[in-house]
Design a protein around this ligand. Sequence first.
Ligand code: C5P
Length: 324
Amino acid sequence: MFFLLTSFTVVAIPYVIERFGLRVRFGLFALLFWLFVFQFVLIFSIDALLQNFATSMPDWLESMLTTLGGFAFVTIGITPIITLVLAAAYLLFALGQWLFDKDEKDLPTPQTHFTVAIDGPAASGKGTLARRIAEAYGFHHLDTGLTYRAVAKALMDQNMPLDDEFLAEKAARSVDLTKLDRAVLSAHAVGEAASKVAVMPAVRRALVAMQHSFAERSPGAVLDGRDIGTVVCPDAPVKLYITASPEARARRRYDEIRSNGGGANYEAILEDLTRRDARDMGRTDSPLKPAADAHLLDTTEMDIETAFLSAKTLIDQALAKNTH
Ligand code: C5P
């Protein structure tokens, strides 16, 4: 009965807290659980040993086993108590967080920044357009794809699996937006790995929080990615969805690699882009799709300057509204 109750405390309480929206370190609770099981097995084994072999064992061994068993017996009660104390601390923390968030939400948001949200599939031209806009308006720019790439690269560098959500979340929390090295992160293998870690909700939560604060920089910020208009900045005054046919995008990637002196195979690139699109559009958490109020720009037949002029018209209109 005691064993059942403790198992319930150690496993069910953290689960319930997690349901309340607070992330719990299950590893810690699991450790307590196994400690408890270990103590139980220890007491049982020592008791069995003493019952059967006490007469044939030297006195010092008998007294040592008795002390050890007594110690385990006394401390076994402590494990569920530590679990309960930890659970209570987590609950208090969750309550504080909830109250704090509530206060934050009640405050009016000062409009000292302007956000341009740009989404679209790989090689659609969104990155070039984002940089062009940021330069023209003196806004900060964040290529959010680099943040997912940085997570993938960190895992790859340490030979860690790409499907362990706990490790990936840890790597995501360590991403430093000021240290995103495009030259290192742009490798093809890193992009492939990035789209795998990008399906994990815990990774997205950590990176989206960072991207969201970046979007609030003054005087404005341009963010490009897959979920900027839908998840990261749903209130952005300008949202663009850049697209182009898969063939045009594969051709661009191919030309880019060739012009940098690399070897490339057009068919392989096309296949790769199509696979990446399917993964980005088909995932459950924040799939790539245009926001309902996004302006669509198809760059299949359009050069960057024409795309920039269309975007500029929309941004100027929104800026004019913002100042009146
Ligand atoms: O844009 P880039 O190719 O650098 O992105 C790499 C991968 O990161 C994408 O294939 C996508 O899976 C993921 N990503 C994302 N959400 C973003 C930006 C990128 O899921 N906002």
